[in-house]
Write a new protein. Structure first.
Length: 193
């Protein structure tokens, strides 16, 4: 059986299709998983998702499995070592931003009880399920991603512009932008069998 996917995954490699089929748009509520997605979306800035997805395991290894407390405690020497790591996007600002974001995430956890509760508050705790019929309808930003970006920046997060926040909202399932023609589109957000 041939599956119809969203345009960006239709003719993609197996890794991208697997990501689309099993992860993209699926609601995530684990703090570590949310921190990972926020980190990877920040790393993507100016690059393709394919480039970042190919390096995902290297990011997991470099950032202690995205354990927020361990990442917040990373020292300058350890981060400098990552700048030279070929498996990562070797951008010093992006690499150091992960530690800063971990510290901001810990503050959010202290204030809200979890990173999940804080981040999902921007969508009222429930996924927004869009029903786009044409790829041109899918926005790069929204009023909610604008608000999230401003709030995250005020809270000390970096590499969290509105476009990054919207992509994060899509990746984490806060916004479900699977096209109506895609086999993953369902009003309840579950994959079709």
């Amino acid at each position: 059986m041939t599956l119809t996917r969203c345009h960006w995954a239709e003719n993609a490699d197996a890794r991208m299709q697997a990501y689309h089929d099993a992860e993209w748009g699926v609601p995530r509520h684990d703090d570590r998983a949310l921190f990972e997605l926020l980190t990877l979306e920040g790393a993507q800035a100016g690059l393709s998702w394919r480039t970042v997805l190919a390096r995902r395991e290297a990011y997991r290894e470099a950032y202690h499995g995205f354990d927020i407390e361990l990442v917040a405690a990373m020292g300058g020497a350890e981060l400098d070592g990552l700048v030279a790591e070929s498996g990562l996007i070797r951008n010093r600002l992006k690499i150091y931003s992960v530690r800063d974001n971990a510290a901001a995430a810990l503050a959010a956890i202290a204030g809200f009880g979890s990173l999940d509760r804080y981040l999902w508050s921007f969508v009222g705790g429930q996924p927004i399920r869009n029903g786009w019929t044409e790829r041109g309808q899918v926005p790069a930003t929204s009023a909610l991603s604008d608000a999230m970006s401003k709030a995250l920046k005020r809270a000390g997060f970096r590499f969290v512009g509105s476009t990054i926040c919207y992509a994060f909202m899509q990746a984490s399932g806060m916004v479900d932008d699977h096209m109506r023609s895609c086999f993953r589109h369902r009003p309840d957000g579950q994959a079709q069998e």
